[in-house]
Design a protein around this ligand. Structure first.
Ligand code: PLP
Length: 378
């Protein structure tokens, strides 16, 4: 059996161990220390716009704290993009709140502004104004932020931007993760850069960052003994893990370039295969890190389907995966309200994510190309 080609695997830069060794030498083996501060500074510099970043144990933890800081409580409603990974929606349930799911639009596959507006007006009419809007930049593709921000401002509802997949992506030159009241990043093992596991909450004021750090370190009041007036969490990032992050930040721009080159490779590969569309930016305002390259296979035009291609890849030990199954189709969220049509459902039926790692070799690409050409008979 040939070696496995992964969808997206960790890709170390080289200096990660240097930062970890420093932590050991100085005994900062704790959820605080120079790597935590250094990683936060690196992220703030990268994102720009005077952001204040708090690094945490996971992107999911960042979403949870963002909801709490937006005041989301038991029985509240929170709007969430349907087509996403479950981690975008689960923290709504952690708060005892209820998700309201929104369909995608076909260009960026992200939250449809029209359905969003319709949902807000309908929920208000039903007597409950949504407390927050969770918008996702799927596979690194920026959502239509200008329209979404305008709607959120019109109704005065805070945006939580799930940029877990979109570090290095921009919309109109502005970094994804910096548009909302809060932005969420993830450094899980399969993301564009990784700390093995980890995340961050992007804030815009020192006050919000301080509150995030406070809540993520068990909400200890200022007192010599342990004194608490809030429910706290153990969500802070470890200084060891943050050392990996500092090493990864040194190569982030390279990683974005390499992922974008994988996307170009697929554009070239499918150029002459009628009925297969490679997921690409609709226009130049959108700049995707192309964390994952994805295609839509039209069964009528190709006489083939995405599942057949997935099996053909599997036979050669190459990983590919259907797109995220929309949350409104998940059994666990079966009772949640949903607004929109069947765009996300159709994307799920015909879409496939392809090997997209920044560490794929020329030989890996040859193997991928061979499977594609033999499956489509081109
Ligand atoms: C990975 C991911 C998350 C969760 O991040 P973790 O760090 O794994 O908790 C949230 N949302 C999206 C869209 C993701 O892809």
């Amino acid at each position: 059996m040939s070696e496995k080609i992964w969808l997206s695997s960790p890709h170390m830069g080289g200096n990660e161990l240097k930062y970890i060794n420093e932590a050991f030498e100085e005994n900062w083996v704790a959820p605080l220390g120079p790597n935590v501060n250094g990683f936060e500074e690196d992220l703030e510099k990268f994102l720009g716009r005077n952001t204040k970043v708090a690094v945490l144990s996971a992107g999911t933890a960042a979403l949870h704290l963002a909801l709490i800081e937006c005041g989301v409580q038991h029985g509240d409603e929170v709007i969430c993009q349907s087509m996403t990974f479950s981690a975008s929606a689960n923290p709504i349930a952690y708060c005892g709140a209820d998700p309201v799911f929104i369909d995608s639009e076909p260009e960026t596959w992200n939250m449809c502004p029209k359905a969003l507006k319709e949902a807000i007006e309908d929920r208000i009419q039903k007597g409950k104004k949504p407390k927050a809007i969770i918008v996702v930049h799927l596979y690194g593709m920026p959502a239509k932020m200008e329209q979404i921000v305008a709607i959120a401002e019109e109704y005065q509802i805070p945006i939580i931007e799930d940029a877990a997949e979109a570090l290095g992506s921009t919309y109109k030159g502005q970094a994804c993760g910096t548009f909302g009241r809060f932005g969420v990043l993830s450094f899980n093992g399969n993301k564009i850069i990784t700390t093995s596991g980890g995340g961050a909450l992007v804030c815009h004021t020192q006050e919000d960052k301080d509150k995030t750090v406070f809540l993520s370190t068990q909400a200890r009041d200022n007192a010599p003994h342990y004194q608490h007036s809030h429910i706290g969490f153990n969500y802070r990032m470890s200084n060891i893990v943050a050392g990996i992050g500092r090493g990864q930040m040194e190569v982030l721009n390279n990683r974005v370039e390499a992922r974008r080159a994988m996307h170009d490779f697929y554009v070239e590969t499918f150029k002459n295969i009628n009925g297969v569309t490679v997921f690409s930016e609709p226009e130049s305002d959108f700049y995707s890190n192309h964390w994952l390259s994805a295609i839509i296979v039209d069964p009528e035009l190709t006489g083939k389907d995405r599942e057949g291609l997935r099996m053909a890849f599997l036979e050669d030990n190459i990983e590919s995966r259907p797109l995220w199954k929309p949350m409104h189709l998940q059994p666990v969220f079966a009772n949640a309200p949903y607004y929109g049509g069947n765009i996300s459902e159709k994307l799920f039926d015909n879409g496939l994510c392809l090997p997209s790692g920044s560490n794929l070799s020329d030989e890996d690409r040859e193997r991928i190309l061979k499977v594609i050409n033999s499956y489509f008979g081109s």
